[in-house]
Design a protein. Structure first.
Length: 519
């Protein structure tokens, strides 16, 4: 607790006991009221005090080797050799020191021009230099200037900070007036990314050189970088410090479900105020990504590949103690209910299939972008044979856009539009859109086969909503005739697209104005 808060607390306690004592002595109500108000003001001061800068001063101990001395009375540090001359164990914090902004070394150098300040990690160290007078170092900037590729490792896992004589001149002597670390003033806490091996073969991560590379323009994410997921609304800032070796920029993806919001990192230090940056990208639903973020990852540019970037550090920083921001709650649609009519629920018709429908926190199937509504994979395997049904009805959000894959006979990992002409006719690729009531109706009788392979969303992050029901209508007798042959002198045959057919194969056709199944 800051000193000002402790002072206020102490004052409040004293006043409180004074208040009780005065009341017991039957002092006037005026004094009672006055003391009560003073106590309340002090207590208010406790809650109103802002987070202040805190300092941690060095507490010097005897050196651990014979090449240095420390005189606590005169505060004098001396070194007798040019090597192994550290004044260690000076009592500054170790481990994660990222909350400290500044190191101050106030000294008078009696002999020699300067001495060293060593930040240790393992057997190695980074060196700063103290000269006569008050030396102030912004720690991150000072260490980054010394070791731009790995300074963050010393900030995150510092073993020790110590003083050390110059390696060029010995003996030497300096009076150490003060040494202290100073925290950030009203700054938030930082959470650094801890990179793992990529989950796909299109990206690589070299931990030794801190290099991220991508070889393709798609599926090129460096995922699992160890940043928090879920509700990330307490984080104010995202910082990506990088050097782009090839290409102009790369992507930073905030995922929720199968969709993402994209920010761009360019060469240098990129600082994003997260709420503002995501709101600029998606003003209508940025809050959903802040309140239920699945993952933050890096991703190569979808326009240029291959690419390469050195990632110096990536971290999230919380809001300071005296600052906060309101994030709108996620609002869910109300269940519109099934439309009138006799329907069979898709799950009842195909109990062995589990439609993948992304669920919101309260069970609503919220849909955000591609992939959250998938009945099956796009493959030659039949997912659901709908030949017993005449219509597929989808109840969704008003004007919702969906894509249906029907009758796939070829392996498919790309969109239908990417198939070669040789594969034409082996699939049906339908773009459908709900009406203002949220209804989509697909006439299944128009297809030779009724094999449903996949329902998914197009790549459109602004296309979001809720898919409530997948419903099927059973076939009924429609007066369709079955004939052995069709092309006689007196018959005119059309296919279901209205094209006249001279030599009809087996299937469903319009013959003399009637639907006919030709065997």
């Amino acid at each position: 607790m800051p000193i000002s808060a402790l002072t206020a607390t102490f004052a409040a306690i004293i006043l409180f006991f004074n208040l009780i004592n005065n009341k017991q002595n039957n002092n006037s109500m005026k004094n009672f009221t006055k003391l009560f108000c003073m106590a309340a003001l002090c207590l208010f001061g406790i809650t109103a005090v802002n987070a202040k800068t805190e300092k941690v001063h060095a507490t010097f101990e005897n050196p651990s080797n014979t090449n240095t001395t420390w005189d606590a009375t005169t505060r004098t540090f001396t070194w007798s050799t040019t090597w192994y001359n550290q004044l260690r164990n000076i009592g500054l914090p170790s481990g994660d020191i990222t909350k400290y902004k500044k190191l101050v070394v106030d000294c008078h150098i009696v002999s020699g021009e300067k001495f060293r300040i060593l930040f240790y990690k393992g057997g190695s160290n980074l060196t700063l230099w103290a000269e006569d007078g008050v030396n102030e170092f912004i720690i991150k900037d000072a260490l980054e200037a010394v070791a731009p590729n790995d300074y963050n490792e010393y900030l995150l896992a510092c073993d020790e900070i110590c003083l050390s004589g110059s390696n060029a001149a010995a003996p030497g002597e300096a009076v150490i007036n003060d040494v202290y670390l100073e925290t950030y003033n009203d700054e938030g806490e930082k959470v650094y990314a801890t990179f793992e091996n990529p989950s796909n073969t299109n990206t690589t991560w070299d931990a030794a050189t801190k290099t991220f590379t991508w070889s393709t323009t798609w599926y090129n994410q460096l995922r699992n970088i160890g940043l928090p997921s879920g509700d990330i609304s307490k984080y104010k800032k995202l910082v990506v410090d990088c050097h782009i070796v090839s290409g102009e920029k790369f992507r930073i993806l905030f995922y929720k479900g199968g969709s993402n919001l994209t920010l761009w990192a360019e060469d240098g230090v990129n600082e994003f105020i997260i709420k503002d940056a995501l709101e600029a990208v998606a003003p209508n639903d940025y809050n959903e990504y802040l309140l239920a973020c699945d993952e933050i990852c890096l991703s190569g540019s979808n326009a240029i590949a291959p690419g390469e970037a050195v990632i110096n550090s990536v971290y999230l920083e919380t809001y300071p103690e005296n600052e906060s921001v309101d994030i709108p709650d996620i609002t869910y649609e109300e269940d519109p209910g099934k439309p009138a009519g006799e329907f069979v629920d898709f799950k009842e018709a195909f109990p062995t299939l589990t439609p993948r429908i992304g669920l919101g926190e309260d069970g609503h199937p919220i849909v955000l972008g591609n992939g959250d509504v998938v009945v099956g994979q796009r493959s030659k395997n039949v997912v659901a044979d709908l030949s017993d049904y005449s219509k597929l009805t989808i109840v969704t959000s008003p004007n919702m856009k969906l894509v249906l894959y029907l009758n796939h006979e070829v392996d498919a990992q790309q969109n239908a539009s990417d198939y070669a002409e040789a594969d034409a006719g082996k699939y049906v690729f339908m773009n459908v859109q709900a009406d203002e009531k949220g209804l989509i109706e697909v006439d299944l009788t128009q297809f030779d086969k009724q094999d449903l392979n996949c329902i998914c969303l197009p790549w459109d992050n602004n296309n979001k909503g809720t898919v409530w029901y997948l419903l099927l209508t059973e076939k009924v007798a429609t007066g369709i005739q079955t004939v052995a042959t069709a092309n006689t002198d007196n018959t005119v045959v059309y296919d279901l697209q209205g094209r006249r057919v001279q030599n009809a194969q087996s299937g469903l056709y319009i013959v003399n104005g009637r639907k006919v199944v030709i065997k």
